[in-house]
Design a protein around this ligand. Structure first.
Ligand code: DGT
Ligand code: CA
Ligand code: CA
Ligand code: ZN
Length: 576
């Protein structure tokens, strides 16, 4: 069991305990342990193998958790986890994914009506049994049916990009241990940084193909995490990993690597257009190379492929056949698009003042480690979840802590005061002006009332955008990938209102959100909008999500100048 699998076990224990009503500290201890383990650079499995039964000292992991980690590594299981699972139907964890359903409701349904699957829940709602329960009524019963419908519609077999990327990187790591592997690269939707991934495509070249292609292929099949071999061939195989993700591997000749990389990066529609363009020039493009008659004129690198048909290199993120090829033909050169290194700070983050898992100081350390010059603490206002949001008293207490930390961390990082303030039903904000005016970063977000009619939703959002204290529209569509669709509203009008009121649009980098998505980003850019790319970090690992938001921004053709948090500290402080 590797670090990631251990973290998954702890996370599941936290969810189960949460539903069972264990106290916050116990639940959070597991959540934090999951985080810590996942974030460790060192492979715990190896540590236990070298000195059986013991672990190196890990900050934040006490004796009891340490024993569980050793147990997990040595036996693949841990008794407490198994006991928790025994006492607990699996379907309950899935229920947490429904809109408006948290541990409290899961508990209510389970202990009163023995509802333990989504199917049970649907039946009970249809039979109007839910409305009898405490705190429920016909309206909330109706909401559950809608949430179930939504979940059925949006849950899919596509994988979130962070999961797919993690799997791909670990697999490639494994492949590199085979000494015959030369070049290796993932292609497909993952290389294009698409927000969800169907399967992982990996391309590999082999040093001495006639002798060693077979060895490379068998090395691919013996990977620890392979659950099933779906297809096995000399140059192409497909496996399913334990996480449920499929991986396609292709073994190539070095002379065709560029052509194959271009072909398997796609997308299909881009490929077809490129092929047609080549045809017009009397060339033929395939996954093996570019050919003039029988003569191969390019194939080894992707640069060569583009060059052979008279185009500049097109970054994978743009390859969607929505204008990139025409642009390349016309301008012969692309602007320099945003890169991760351009980001100077993250201005949407949470701490234990609301639903974050870590203290402000712990978060500060995580942002310092990324080399940022600043970040903003933007905990929730009180409407969300009621018990976990901040009231006026809390936020004033938080300011004092931020002031102290800014003293302490002087020269290392600057912390800005902020808030992710809820947009109320009528478009007003969930904090009074006397609070808002003290804040540098006011993110306005709609978490509730996602189902208002489109007209009303548009009005609501615009009226919040027009509030003079609003600076950023947070995760604008409210979608959750594989779970919930977008709120319905007139996007063009909302973008126009943002431009008119100098409110930035957020690209929320959380892999479950990736909101705004690229097509709206591009629309907004041409309307003159400004953007921020944030991670909405709720713990010290989440700042690592930034690259996914940057991927979306690149897919939306953004340059550094379009994005406010590329500004260095001084400029940001004076300009924002
Ligand atoms: P995914 O896996 O659904 O997230 O999306 P992709 O884009 O990774 O698609 P996948 O894995 O089916 O195929 C990888 C690439 O191979 C795809 O982006 C383009 C190329 N490709 C696949 N099938 C065709 C095809 O029929 N024609 C052309 N021109 N290219 C194809
Ligand atoms: Ca794919
Ligand atoms: Ca594929
Ligand atoms: Zn939010």
């Amino acid at each position: 069991m590797d670090n990631k699998a251990i973290a998954r076990v702890f996370e599941e224990m936290a969810d189960i305990l949460d539903i069972q009503g264990a106290d916050f500290f116990r639940v959070n201890a597991y959540r934090k342990a999951a985080l810590t383990v996942e974030g460790l650079a060192q492979d715990l499995r190896k540590a236990v193998e070298t000195s059986p039964g013991s672990l190196p000292k890990i900050p934040g992991i006490g004796k009891a958790l340490e024993e569980k980690i050793v147990e997990l590594i040595q036996t693949g299981k841990c008794k407490e986890h198994e006991d928790l699972k025994k006492s607990f139907p699996e379907g309950l964890l899935e229920m947490l994914k429904l809109r408006g359903v948290g541990p409290k409701k899961v508990k209510l349904f389970f202990y009163n009506l023995k509802i333990s699957t989504l199917a049970d829940l649907k039946k009970a709602a249809q039979q109007q049994k839910l409305r009898e329960l405490e705190g429920m009524g016909p309206k909330s019963e109706e909401d559950i049916l809608k949430a179930l419908e939504e979940y059925a519609k949006f849950s899919s077999k596509r994988h979130l990009i962070n999961e797919a990327l993690g799997e791909a990187e670990r697999y490639i790591e494994h492949m590199k241990k085979c000494k015959y592997v030369d070049k290796i690269q993932y292609a497909g939707s993952l290389r294009r940084w698409q927000e969800t991934i169907g399967d992982i495509d990996v391309l590999v070249t082999v040093k001495d193909p006639s002798k060693s292609a077979k060895t490379v292929m068998s090395h691919f099949l013996v990977y620890d995490e392979v659950l099933n071999v779906v297809a096995e061939g000399e140059t192409k195989s497909t496996v399913v990993l334990e996480s449920g993700i499929d991986v396609d591997l292709r073994v190539l000749e070095d002379s065709e690597f560029g052509a194959a990389l271009h072909y398997f990066t796609g997308n299909k529609s881009h490929n077809i257009k490129i092929r047609d363009l080549a045809k017009k020039k009397g060339l033929k493009i395939s996954e093996y190379g570019v050919f003039k008659g029988d003569k191969k004129i390019a194939g080894k690198t992707e640069d060569e492929i583009f060059e052979s048909i008279g185009l500049p290199f097109i970054i994978p993120e743009l390859r969607k056949n929505d204008g990139e090829i025409e642009y390349a033909q016309k301008h012969k050169k692309f602007p320099r698009f945003i890169e991760l290194k351009d980001i100077k700070g993250d201005i949407h983050s949470h701490s234990t003042y609301s639903d974050g898992e870590c203290s402000i100081e712990e978060m500060a350390d995580a942002f310092i480690a990324r080399g940022y010059e600043y970040f903003a603490v933007t905990d929730h206002s009180s409407v969300v979840g009621v018990t976990r949001g901040m009231g006026t008293k809390d936020i004033k207490k938080q300011w004092k802590e931020i002031d102290k930390l800014n003293e302490k961390l002087k020269g290392k990082i600057k912390i800005f005061k902020g808030c992710e303030v809820d947009i109320l039903k009528d478009g007003s904000l969930d904090f009074p002006d006397e609070i808002l005016k003290e804040l540098k970063v006011v993110i306005i977000s709609a978490h509730l009332y996602a189902r208002l009619p489109s007209d009303q939703q548009t009005k609501r959002l615009i009226s919040a955008i027009e509030n003079p204290y609003s600076r950023i529209l947070g995760h604008p569509t409210g979608r959750l990938l594989n779970r919930r669709g977008e709120m319905e509203f007139d996007m063009e009008k909302v973008i126009d209102a943002c431009v008119a009121n100098d409110v930035c649009l957020e690209i929320n980098s959380h892999p479950m959100r990736l909101d705004l998505t690229d097509k709206y980003v591009r629309t907004a850019k041409y309307k003159g909008a400004k953007f921020v790319i944030n991670t909405d970090a709720h713990n010290t690992n989440n700042p690592g999500f930034m690259k996914f938001g940057v991927g979306i921004a690149r897919r939306g053709w953004l340059e550094p100048k379009d994005i406010v948090n590329t500004l260095p500290l001084k400029k940001f402080d004076s300009a924002f």
